[in-house]
Design a protein around this ligand. Structure first.
Ligand code: AMP
Ligand code: ZN
Length: 464
């Protein structure tokens, strides 16, 4: 089966064909940096991580752009309320965002453009829309004229039949029933404080939607492969992005639109405005690991709703233990006889993993293939039917799966931490500081790590 994705635009699964063979250009709506991101936001970034990792697994070269919305209604509202200059207000949020994606093992996108660094591009886009008759000005505000763009509403399935001529909305966010001409550029008013730019179209600041059109097209071209976000981005944000971009360029903007379902908590969408949210730091503070949160977020199909629960985190922890123990034990396994079965088991696992993910990132099928693989190989080991060469092939396979799943990244951190401690212990012994050397060995033992002095140097293994 070939790789296929469900395209929101056509409401169908479609075979994935990149514009340029072997390359994928994708854009992801990034965080609005007015508050710490919550785990609901990370569900969206996790789905995008799975997508980009699997595209790379399939051999594509991926260019992902994820913007940082560092100027919009909310960042202005909260920074002026606190009397802090906008960039000073958003800087710590941006820093924490990157720390959080690292804690979750989310691979970095290639480019993270910040909206405030792209005002000239936004102004140029607004001017183009004016020139082409798709935008108009009212008191220094510029609006997109929906009636000038017949395709408006195709993505989110919005009926614009009842649209009132001249109805306008200035807010960045609004519901489907208030569909109307929307703001591209907002003239400065007192509530904006010192957040404004002096430009050819006046003193003001961009609307949220134009930011993503300008930044995506700058880095990915007028026409690119994939655009992603959470379902709440579909209307009005993505609908407006399509209108602005296609009206300006006359070209198709994006081939595949992909949206993930909500992370819910207490029966409702987890959101900052409802207050039913947890930040990643809340959860890590309760003793759960980043990789357990990763597992929980990734292991439900991206288009399904995912209920955030403590039970879900516990289950994730158990599955991860099985997965990591399997790899650790296999690395230490000295190898036995070959029973001739391993290569079929490996082929079956690979097929199950790839066929599932090829089918619109069916992660449940892929994880089932991985855990069947673990069970089957453990049986071969127990029956002494796994040779050294076969063991190496199994390890190679699971490590390839892990380039997509990334369930071992904390293990790598532990490995390097232990290596550092071993070096410190060797140093201590050299300096005849035996108390310190013993202390390091005992501390590691308390964590289940056994050190062995061998002629090749110090080795470590886990207590079984
Ligand atoms: P925001 O910072 O609100 O602009 O949101 C950033 C990203 O998180 C967007 O792609 C949203 O669609 C997504 N998002 C926000 N809340 C949730 C949620 N509860 N579940 C899944 N995705 C979400
Ligand atoms: Zn966006």
């Amino acid at each position: 089966m070939a790789l296929q994705f469900r395209n929101t635009l056509t409401r169908q699964k479609e075979k994935f064909r990149p514009i340029e063979p072997g390359k994928v250009r994708m854009y992801t709506c990034g965080p609005t940096v007015y508050k710490q991101a919550h785990v609901g936001n990370f569900r969206a970034y996790m789905f995008e991580d799975l997508l980009r990792r699997y595209l790379k697994y399939k051999g594509y070269e991926v260019t992902q752009v994820m913007n940082l919305t560092d100027v919009d209604d909310k960042t202005i509202r909260d920074s002026t309320a606190q009397g802090i200059p906008l960039q000073e207000f958003t800087a710590p949020m941006i820093k924490e965002f990157f720390e959080d994606i690292d804690s979750l093992g989310i691979e970095r996108a290639e480019i993270y453009p910040a909206a405030t660094n792209h005002i000239p591009e936004m102004v140029a886009l607004v001017r183009k829309l004016i020139e082409k008759g798709h935008a108009y000005e009212v008191d220094g505000n510029y609006y997109f004229k929906i009636s000038s763009f017949p395709n408006y509403g195709k993505l989110a399935n919005v009926d614009i039949g009842g649209l009132k001529a001249g109805a306008r909305i200035a807010a960045d966010e609004y519901e489907k029933d208030s569909v109307s001409d929307f703001a591209l550029w907002k003239a400065w008013d007192e509530a904006d404080g010192d957040v404004y730019w002096e430009t050819e179209i006046g003193k003001g600041r961009p609307g949220w939607h134009i930011e993503c059109s300008a930044m995506s097209m700058k880095y990915l071209g007028n026409h690119f492969d994939i655009h992603t976000g959470g379902v709440d981005n579909m209307f009005p944000h993505h609908e407006n992005e399509i209108a602005q971009s296609e009206a300006a360029t006359g070209e198709k903007f994006v081939n595949y639109w992909m949206h993930c379902g909500y992370l819910i908590s207490e029966g409702k969408k987890m959101s900052k405005s409802l207050g039913n949210f947890y930040t990643l730091r809340d959860i890590l503070g309760r003793g759960y690991s980043g990789v357990a949160v990763r597992y929980m977020l990734i292991s439900t199909h991206y288009r399904q709703q995912l209920d955030f629960t403590v039970d879900g985190l516990e289950a994730a922890g158990n599955a991860l233990e099985r997965y990591n123990d399997f790899i650790n034990n296999l690395e230490d396994y000295p190898g036995g006889d070959s029973g001739g079965e391993a290569s079929d088991i490996i082929d079956k696992a690979r097929k199950g993993f790839e066929e599932s993910l090829d089918d619109d990132l069916n992660i449940s099928g892929a994880l089932a293939a991985v855990f069947d693989f673990i069970r089957d190989i453990n049986r071969l080991k127990a029956e002494n039917k796994l040779s050294v060469a076969e063991r190496d092939e199994v390890l190679k396979t699971i490590r390839q799966f892990d380039t997509v799943l990334n369930f071992t990244f904390e293990k790598e951190d532990i490995d390097s931490e232990i290596e550092t401690l071993i070096t410190q212990r060797t140093e201590a012994k050299k300096n005849k500081d035996y108390a310190r050397a013993d202390q390091i060995r005992d501390d590691l033992l308390a964590r289940g790590i056994i050190l062995e002095d061998t002629p090749q140097g110090v080795r470590w293994k886990r207590k079984m």
